[in-house]
Write a protein that binds this ligand. Sequence first.
Ligand code: NAP
Length: 277
Amino acid sequence: METITLNNIEIPKLGFGTWELKGNDGVKAVRDALQIGYRHIDTAQAYDNEEQVGEGWKKSDVLREDFFLTTKIFREQFETKEKAVKSLEESLEKLKTDYVDLVLVHWPFPEYKIEQLIEPVLEAQDKGMTRLIGVSNFTVEQMQQAKDISDNRICLNQVEYHPKLNQQPILDFVRENGWGMTAYSPLGRGTAMDEGVIKDIAETHNKSQAQIVLRWLIQQDNVLAIPKSSNPDHIQSNFDIFDFELTTDEMDQIMQLRSENDRQVDPDFAPQWDKAA
Ligand SMILES: NC(=O)c1ccc[n+]([C@@H]2O[C@H](COP(=O)([O-])OP(=O)(O)OC[C@H]3O[C@@H](n4cnc5c(N)ncnc54)[C@H](OP(=O)(O)O)[C@@H]3O)[C@@H](O)[C@H]2O)c1
């Protein structure tokens, strides 16, 4: 398993996304993922599945200290610092753990100043509720503000990234500042793996198109990826990407597809996204 180290903490570059994985299916998917070998799980208050994620972990026999767990604080919780920290306490209870490894500010919600979003996660880290803190869906300018306000303690931005979306400005920032960039919707929710180039490369390596896309992501410096699946075969095959490497030329061919800028997640409260040159 390839890892990245942020603020002295090692994180598996491949994680398991859980958006829309609820009820028994959610419990089973998380248990399966941990049993297969994933050691990084991504959830959020807004997914309304933290309980199932906690239950899936408890059924897996994997020790808490042996996997990396992320959750995210959602919108109305940021009304006050106390409310946000309390919401994280509730998340920990649902997840059946004393701490998470990473807490993210889920979006740069426009009704709050960046300080109001960052201060609660700083406090959560001071209280030992989380080992690392980060942001999600922040632009480069907002990342710079978060970095300054937090005195370099914010160390990751989770954003949409796949072969059909160019995130070069964010990539440049994370590489210059030693941050991580987690690619969410890494398969473009199933829309970013069908290109001819990806098909050809998949045939060369005798791998699936999803495996090529995930390998392309984690082979990039500072990039992590959190594919989601409810299908046990996909959960397994998405994990089987550590026995081959893409050549520089293959990496470049997939990079060329990013010009389409095909975004899957763009709610009305999204920021003015950075434009790649
Ligand atoms: N921070 C944020 O604002 C934010 C926003 C969106 C997502 N996320 C996180 O990122 C995670 C992943 O993103 P996502 O769920 O939007 O999209 P995704 O992982 O790009 O795609 C999931 C879709 O791809 C399919 N799929 C998965 N593996 C496959 C395979 N090997 N072959 C064919 N199809 C495959 C899944 O169907 P099957 O179930 O049938 O396999 C599902 O329909 C989320 O679950 C969540 O944890 C974060």
